[in-house]
Design a protein around this ligand. Structure first.
Ligand SMILES: Nc1nc2c(c(=O)[nH]1)N[C@H]1C(S)=C(S)[C@@H](COP(=O)(O)O)O[C@H]1N2
Ligand SMILES: [Mo]
Length: 235
Protein backbone atom coordinates (compact mmCIF):
# COMPACT_ATOMS: atom_id res chain seq x y z
CA UNK A 1 0.00 0.00 0.00
CA UNK A 2 1.42 3.42 -0.80
CA UNK A 3 2.28 5.50 2.25
CA UNK A 4 -0.21 8.22 1.52
CA UNK A 5 -3.09 5.80 1.30
CA UNK A 6 -2.02 4.06 4.49
CA UNK A 7 -1.84 7.38 6.31
CA UNK A 8 -5.31 8.23 5.14
CA UNK A 9 -6.63 4.85 6.28
CA UNK A 10 -4.89 5.09 9.64
CA UNK A 11 -6.12 8.65 10.02
CA UNK A 12 -9.65 7.44 9.34
CA UNK A 13 -9.28 4.61 11.83
CA UNK A 14 -8.02 7.09 14.39
CA UNK A 15 -10.97 9.42 14.01
CA UNK A 16 -13.45 6.53 14.13
CA UNK A 17 -11.70 4.94 17.11
CA UNK A 18 -11.54 8.19 19.03
CA UNK A 19 -15.22 8.75 18.41
CA UNK A 20 -16.05 5.22 19.60
CA UNK A 21 -13.95 5.56 22.75
CA UNK A 22 -15.40 8.95 23.59
CA UNK A 23 -18.95 7.76 22.81
CA UNK A 24 -18.48 4.88 25.25
CA UNK A 25 -16.87 7.06 27.88
CA UNK A 26 -13.48 5.33 27.56
CA UNK A 27 -10.40 7.56 27.73
CA UNK A 28 -7.79 7.41 24.99
CA UNK A 29 -4.70 5.48 26.10
CA UNK A 30 -2.02 7.88 27.43
CA UNK A 31 0.46 6.92 24.69
CA UNK A 32 -1.99 7.74 21.89
CA UNK A 33 0.06 10.66 20.60
CA UNK A 34 1.76 11.43 17.29
CA UNK A 35 2.26 8.66 14.77
CA UNK A 36 1.37 5.95 17.30
CA UNK A 37 -2.07 7.33 18.03
CA UNK A 38 -4.15 5.31 15.52
CA UNK A 39 -2.59 1.93 16.32
CA UNK A 40 -2.58 2.32 20.08
CA UNK A 41 -6.08 3.77 20.22
CA UNK A 42 -7.48 1.06 17.94
CA UNK A 43 -5.85 -1.78 19.89
CA UNK A 44 -7.06 -0.37 23.22
CA UNK A 45 -10.55 0.28 21.87
CA UNK A 46 -10.87 -3.28 20.58
CA UNK A 47 -9.93 -4.75 23.94
CA UNK A 48 -11.92 -2.30 26.05
CA UNK A 49 -15.14 -2.27 24.06
CA UNK A 50 -15.25 -5.97 23.24
CA UNK A 51 -13.19 -7.71 25.89
CA UNK A 52 -13.40 -5.57 29.02
CA UNK A 53 -14.39 -8.50 31.24
CA UNK A 54 -12.57 -11.26 29.35
CA UNK A 55 -10.48 -13.60 31.47
CA UNK A 56 -6.86 -14.49 30.79
CA UNK A 57 -6.54 -18.19 29.99
CA UNK A 58 -5.85 -20.32 33.07
CA UNK A 59 -3.82 -23.51 32.74
CA UNK A 60 -3.67 -26.67 34.82
CA UNK A 61 -0.95 -27.14 37.43
CA UNK A 62 0.75 -29.86 35.37
CA UNK A 63 1.44 -27.23 32.70
CA UNK A 64 3.52 -25.10 35.08
CA UNK A 65 6.98 -24.48 33.66
CA UNK A 66 9.72 -26.24 35.67
CA UNK A 67 12.37 -23.59 35.07
CA UNK A 68 10.72 -20.18 34.69
CA UNK A 69 13.07 -17.52 33.37
CA UNK A 70 13.80 -14.65 35.77
CA UNK A 71 14.40 -11.56 33.68
CA UNK A 72 16.74 -8.73 34.59
CA UNK A 73 18.74 -8.12 37.74
CA UNK A 74 17.74 -8.35 41.38
CA UNK A 75 18.47 -5.05 43.16
CA UNK A 76 21.19 -5.34 45.82
CA UNK A 77 20.52 -4.83 49.52
CA UNK A 78 16.73 -5.14 49.57
CA UNK A 79 15.23 -5.34 53.05
CA UNK A 80 12.74 -8.14 52.47
CA UNK A 81 11.89 -8.43 56.18
CA UNK A 82 10.81 -4.79 56.53
CA UNK A 83 9.19 -4.33 53.13
CA UNK A 84 6.44 -1.78 52.79
CA UNK A 85 3.87 -1.20 50.07
CA UNK A 86 2.18 2.20 50.20
CA UNK A 87 -1.03 3.30 48.51
CA UNK A 88 -1.97 6.95 48.04
CA UNK A 89 -3.75 9.34 45.70
CA UNK A 90 -7.53 9.13 45.28
CA UNK A 91 -8.11 6.92 48.33
CA UNK A 92 -9.96 7.78 51.54
CA UNK A 93 -7.29 6.17 53.73
CA UNK A 94 -3.70 6.30 52.42
CA UNK A 95 -2.04 3.21 53.86
CA UNK A 96 1.31 1.49 54.18
CA UNK A 97 1.14 -2.30 54.26
CA UNK A 98 3.72 -4.86 55.30
CA UNK A 99 3.97 -8.15 53.43
CA UNK A 100 2.11 -9.80 56.34
CA UNK A 101 -0.73 -7.27 55.89
CA UNK A 102 -1.02 -8.24 52.20
CA UNK A 103 -1.03 -11.91 53.19
CA UNK A 104 -4.05 -11.26 55.45
CA UNK A 105 -6.25 -10.36 52.47
CA UNK A 106 -8.21 -13.28 50.96
CA UNK A 107 -5.69 -15.23 48.86
CA UNK A 108 -6.49 -16.11 45.26
CA UNK A 109 -4.47 -18.17 42.80
CA UNK A 110 -4.10 -18.25 39.04
CA UNK A 111 -2.05 -20.46 36.71
CA UNK A 112 -1.35 -18.11 33.83
CA UNK A 113 1.17 -17.30 31.11
CA UNK A 114 3.70 -14.53 31.55
CA UNK A 115 4.75 -13.45 28.04
CA UNK A 116 7.65 -11.07 27.47
CA UNK A 117 7.67 -8.67 24.54
CA UNK A 118 11.01 -10.29 23.57
CA UNK A 119 9.20 -13.50 22.66
CA UNK A 120 9.77 -15.92 25.56
CA UNK A 121 7.08 -16.93 28.02
CA UNK A 122 6.35 -19.31 30.88
CA UNK A 123 3.40 -20.62 32.84
CA UNK A 124 3.37 -20.32 36.64
CA UNK A 125 0.95 -20.23 39.53
CA UNK A 126 0.68 -16.89 41.29
CA UNK A 127 -1.07 -16.38 44.59
CA UNK A 128 -1.91 -13.10 46.24
CA UNK A 129 -4.53 -10.47 46.98
CA UNK A 130 -6.85 -9.07 44.36
CA UNK A 131 -5.90 -5.47 43.65
CA UNK A 132 -9.63 -4.69 43.79
CA UNK A 133 -9.74 -5.89 47.43
CA UNK A 134 -6.80 -3.60 48.27
CA UNK A 135 -8.55 -0.68 46.52
CA UNK A 136 -11.77 -1.33 48.44
CA UNK A 137 -9.96 -1.55 51.78
CA UNK A 138 -8.54 1.97 51.40
CA UNK A 139 -11.70 3.50 49.95
CA UNK A 140 -10.53 4.17 46.39
CA UNK A 141 -12.61 6.93 44.82
CA UNK A 142 -15.25 5.89 42.28
CA UNK A 143 -13.89 8.77 40.17
CA UNK A 144 -10.47 7.11 39.84
CA UNK A 145 -9.54 6.21 36.27
CA UNK A 146 -6.05 4.68 36.55
CA UNK A 147 -3.81 2.88 38.99
CA UNK A 148 -0.07 3.58 38.72
CA UNK A 149 2.40 1.26 40.44
CA UNK A 150 6.08 1.49 41.16
CA UNK A 151 9.10 -0.65 41.94
CA UNK A 152 12.18 0.01 44.02
CA UNK A 153 13.78 -0.06 40.56
CA UNK A 154 13.03 2.87 38.22
CA UNK A 155 10.40 0.65 36.59
CA UNK A 156 6.76 1.65 36.87
CA UNK A 157 3.55 1.10 34.99
CA UNK A 158 -0.15 1.86 35.10
CA UNK A 159 -3.46 0.27 34.15
CA UNK A 160 -6.95 1.64 33.74
CA UNK A 161 -9.47 1.12 36.50
CA UNK A 162 -11.18 -1.79 34.67
CA UNK A 163 -7.88 -3.67 34.52
CA UNK A 164 -7.14 -2.72 38.15
CA UNK A 165 -10.50 -4.10 39.29
CA UNK A 166 -10.32 -7.14 37.01
CA UNK A 167 -10.59 -10.36 39.07
CA UNK A 168 -7.22 -11.68 37.81
CA UNK A 169 -5.18 -8.57 38.63
CA UNK A 170 -3.27 -9.47 41.80
CA UNK A 171 -0.62 -8.17 44.15
CA UNK A 172 1.24 -11.47 44.52
CA UNK A 173 3.46 -12.76 47.32
CA UNK A 174 3.62 -16.44 46.31
CA UNK A 175 4.75 -18.21 43.14
CA UNK A 176 4.27 -21.95 42.54
CA UNK A 177 3.33 -22.39 46.19
CA UNK A 178 6.47 -20.79 47.66
CA UNK A 179 7.34 -17.21 48.61
CA UNK A 180 8.02 -15.18 45.47
CA UNK A 181 11.71 -15.80 44.57
CA UNK A 182 14.02 -12.74 44.39
CA UNK A 183 14.42 -13.08 40.62
CA UNK A 184 10.67 -12.93 40.14
CA UNK A 185 10.17 -9.78 42.21
CA UNK A 186 10.23 -10.70 45.92
CA UNK A 187 8.56 -9.93 48.14
CA UNK A 188 5.61 -8.37 46.25
CA UNK A 189 4.80 -8.21 42.58
CA UNK A 190 1.92 -6.85 40.51
CA UNK A 191 0.47 -9.53 38.25
CA UNK A 192 -1.54 -8.38 35.22
CA UNK A 193 -2.08 -11.62 33.28
CA UNK A 194 -4.14 -10.13 30.45
CA UNK A 195 -1.19 -8.04 29.26
CA UNK A 196 2.46 -8.50 28.30
CA UNK A 197 5.06 -9.25 30.99
CA UNK A 198 6.34 -5.71 31.42
CA UNK A 199 3.03 -4.72 33.06
CA UNK A 200 3.78 -7.23 35.87
CA UNK A 201 6.08 -4.97 37.89
CA UNK A 202 8.45 -6.69 40.35
CA UNK A 203 9.75 -5.43 43.73
CA UNK A 204 6.48 -3.48 44.11
CA UNK A 205 6.55 -0.76 46.77
CA UNK A 206 4.04 1.94 45.80
CA UNK A 207 0.56 2.23 44.29
CA UNK A 208 -1.09 5.53 43.33
CA UNK A 209 -4.77 5.88 42.42
CA UNK A 210 -5.46 8.76 40.02
CA UNK A 211 -7.81 10.29 37.48
CA UNK A 212 -4.95 11.82 35.47
CA UNK A 213 -2.21 9.45 34.37
CA UNK A 214 -0.63 12.12 32.17
CA UNK A 215 0.91 13.76 35.25
CA UNK A 216 3.14 10.70 35.90
CA UNK A 217 6.65 10.40 34.48
CA UNK A 218 6.81 11.56 30.86
CA UNK A 219 3.03 11.32 30.50
CA UNK A 220 2.74 8.08 28.51
CA UNK A 221 1.58 5.94 31.41
CA UNK A 222 4.61 3.71 31.94
CA UNK A 223 8.34 3.10 31.82
CA UNK A 224 7.80 0.75 28.86
CA UNK A 225 5.54 3.18 26.96
CA UNK A 226 8.19 5.87 27.31
CA UNK A 227 10.60 3.46 25.59
CA UNK A 228 8.38 2.76 22.61
CA UNK A 229 6.24 -0.18 23.77
CA UNK A 230 2.47 0.13 23.86
CA UNK A 231 1.00 1.24 27.18
CA UNK A 232 -1.88 -1.17 26.58
CA UNK A 233 -0.65 -4.55 25.35
CA UNK A 234 -3.19 -7.32 25.67
CA UNK A 235 -2.35 -10.96 24.99
N1 LIG B 1 10.89 -4.14 38.75
C1 LIG B 1 10.90 -4.77 37.58
N2 LIG B 1 9.77 -5.32 37.12
C2 LIG B 1 9.76 -5.96 35.93
C3 LIG B 1 10.92 -6.01 35.12
C4 LIG B 1 12.11 -5.44 35.64
O1 LIG B 1 13.19 -5.49 35.03
N3 LIG B 1 12.07 -4.83 36.87
N4 LIG B 1 10.88 -6.63 33.88
C5 LIG B 1 9.54 -6.73 33.27
C6 LIG B 1 9.53 -7.55 32.07
S1 LIG B 1 10.05 -6.82 30.63
C7 LIG B 1 9.04 -8.82 32.09
S2 LIG B 1 8.87 -9.73 30.67
C8 LIG B 1 8.70 -9.48 33.35
C9 LIG B 1 9.56 -10.71 33.55
O2 LIG B 1 9.15 -11.43 34.66
P1 LIG B 1 10.08 -12.58 35.24
O3 LIG B 1 11.38 -11.99 35.64
O4 LIG B 1 9.29 -13.18 36.35
O5 LIG B 1 10.28 -13.55 34.11
O6 LIG B 1 8.83 -8.64 34.48
C10 LIG B 1 8.53 -7.28 34.27
N5 LIG B 1 8.61 -6.56 35.51
MO1 LIG C 1 9.60 -8.32 29.03
Amino acid sequence: MNPTRRNILLGGASVATTATLVGNNVDLPPDATGIWAPGHALNYAAHRLIGKHALAREFSRDQICKQPYANGRVPQGLDYANWSLSIEGMVARPTTWTVADIQKFPAHSQVTLLACEEGWSYIAEWTGAKLSDLLDSVGASPKAKFVAYFSVQPRWDSIDIDEARHPQTFVTHTMNGAPLPPGHGAPLRMRVPRQLGYKSIKFLNKIVVTDNIKTFGGGKGSFAAERGYAWYNGI
